[in-house]
Design a protein around this ligand. Structure first.
Ligand SMILES: Nc1ncnc2c1ncn2[C@@H]1O[C@H](COP(=O)(O)OP(=O)(O)O)[C@@H](O)[C@H]1O
Ligand SMILES: [Mg+2]
Length: 518
């Protein structure tokens, strides 16, 4: 490989993978193509020389045949007719021809050079006597060049006796042959160089195709490691690298989303905590300064402060539960009958309903089939739904709380005759901190976390929540929780808690009793 500086520089700048790939390619091609060129070159060279030898032998034989005809017509080699034929033939063939008469040892030449110099050595003469044609290449002192020579004997005489009539020695310059050989080598080397250049270009491209996306990935990963999450890498290169890039992008996006969500969550939480705390603080200050002179302020402020504290309590409870769920905390699940729990929460809600001049209808059977859930969490779920219904229903309305079980699910439903939720808000009411701003909303505000929490909890227990609402008519939230079915004979259970659709399979306690809920 040459010391092509730009290439070396490119190899250096484009990283190790690149260099390894390019170098491997180059070495392979260099050895492969180089070897092939040497083999092909020498074969062609040999073939060219062989062809030249064959051609010259053929010419020699034709000349020998002609010389033989002359002899048969009693023309002597020294006769002018023979000499002129010799000259013409030599001119036509660009060759030097010498005809030797073995009987006298004399020779005639087609040119002015002394013919004696052209006499073949005794070994060749012996060959000729035996009828063999000799071809060889040697340095010619007279021409001062390499020449190709063919020595062809020709015979005469009768059937009984065959005598050597003469020997034709024809020689041509090797220059045309050498020129042809040289041009063949030049063509071959040119082709080799072209192949090498193409290989270098292709392998550089190929290497870059593979290593550039890897480098981009490395840089992006380093950036992410140092805290910059705004990283996407182009999905280019080979299939595997493309997949890696796509996974990386998805991962970076997901991490960014999670972090953004976390930040928003903290910011929202702080915001929600601040206003009730400020309210509390202001009222406390007023009381501290004026309670002695104006004791009626205590009557006014204390219930308000109580409400704020209740709100804060609920908010903190929601925040803690959500944070726990985010971290992957789970509620211990045991088989429970939800009916008593429903009654308990509904009873507490009745107080609120009465305050709001609402009728609350509880249509819950005394027992429900067991579901695998957590009593505390389910209480939070039901309380939130009832609380929402009461707060969003004007005085005189009805809140209906229904529960029923069939062979697959336990369904809880909270319906109200309240203001309803507009269709544009419906898809978002389960989002964190999402609230529908409405003037008609009854006293008390929420942080917009209740439904988020309800949905998360229900889903943790493998259930689903849905909502239907009509503005001005009312809203209905429905929760479906999968039943526990007694474990079948083969103990390997396929369905997992939380897997949607399938029935949940948890063992009941001994004697088929449900574990007690508190
Ligand atoms: N039964 C209902 N009727 C009308 N609107 C409701 C009802 N339940 C929830 N919403 C609306 O959905 C929004 C989100 O509810 P939620 O997540 O419980 O937050 P909040 O803390 O405000 O109660 C509420 O702001 C409320 O406007
Ligand atoms: Mg709520």
């Amino acid at each position: 490989m040459g010391t092509d500086l730009p290439i070396l520089r490119r190899l250096k700048t484009s990283g190790r993978v690149n260099s390894y790939l390019v170098l491997t390619y180059l070495l392979l091609v260099l050895f492969g193509v180089g070897g092939l060129i040497v083999v092909v070159g020498y074969s062609l060279q040999w073939a060219i020389v062989e062809q030249a030898k064959r051609e010259l032998s053929l010419r020699g034989m034709m000349l020998a045949q002609a010389a033989h005809e002359f002899r048969e017509h009693r023309v002597r080699f020294t006769d002018s007719s023979f000499r002129s034929w010799l000259r013409t033939s030599a001119h036509d063939l660009s060759a030097r021809i010498v005809v030797i008469d073995p009987s006298t040892g004399s020779a005639v030449s087609s040119d002015e050079r002394p013919a004696a110099d052209a006499l073949p050595n005794p070994a060749v003469l012996t060959d000729a006597r035996e009828g063999r044609i000799g071809v060889d290449i040697h340095w010619d002192q007279q021409f001062l060049e390499r020449r190709l020579t063919a020595i062809v004997p020709f015979f005469g005489g009768g059937v009984q006796k065959v005598v050597l009539q003469g020997i034709v020695r024809v020689s041509v310059s090797m220059t045309p042959v050498q020129t042809e050989i040289r041009s063949t080598w030049v063509r071959l080397l040119g082709a080799g160089a072209a192949i090498l250049m193409i290989t270098i270009m292709v392998s550089l491209r190929l290497a870059r195709w593979i290593s550039t996306p890897l480098q981009a990935l490395t840089l992006a990963t380093e950036a992410v490691a140092s805290g910059d999450l705004n990283q996407t890498v182009p999905s280019v290169g080979p299939e595997e690298v493309r997949r890696l890039a796509q996974s990386f992008n998805r991962m970076a996006e997901r991490v960014k989303q999670l972090l953004d969500r976390q930040r928003a969550f903290t910011a929202n939480a702080a915001h929600e905590l601040r206003s009730p705390l400020t309210g509390l603080r202001l009222r406390l200050e007023v009381l501290q300064r004026h309670a002695q002179q104006e004791p009626h302020l205590i009557q006014t402020y204390l219930p308000q402060m109580d409400k704020e504290i209740a709100y804060l309590q609920r908010l903190v409870e929601h925040l803690l539960t959500l944070a726990g769920l985010d971290e992957g905390q789970t509620f211990p699940r045991i088989p429970i009958d939800l009916a008593p729990l429903c009654y308990e929460v509904a009873e507490a809600a009745e107080l609120l309903a009465r305050e709001a001049s609402l009728l609350i209808k509880v249509e819950v059977p005394s027992h429900l089939p067991p579901v695998a859930a957590n009593a505390e969490a389910m209480r939070m779920v039901v309380r939130n739904l009832l609380d929402n219904a009461i707060r969003n229903t004007p005085a005189g309305g009805v809140v209906t709380f229904q529960a029923q079980g069939d062979e697959r699910t336990v369904t809880l439903a909270v319906a109200d005759t309240g203001q309803g939720i507009a269709a544009e808000h419906l898809p978002r009411i389960f989002d964190r901190f999402y609230r529908v701003e409405s003037g008609k909303t009854r006293s008390g505000r929420g942080a917009g976390l209740g439904l988020t929490l309800v949905k998360s909890l229900v889903e943790t227990f493998g259930g689903q929540i849905s909502v239907e609402s009509q503005v001005g008519r009312g809203t209905r939230f429905t929760i479906a929780l999968p039943l526990i079915v007694p474990e079948p004979q083969h103990s390997q259970s396929e369905s997992h808690p939380g897997s949607s659709g399938g029935l949940l399979q948890l063992p009941l306690t001994a004697g088929g009793e449900l574990l007690a809920h508190d």
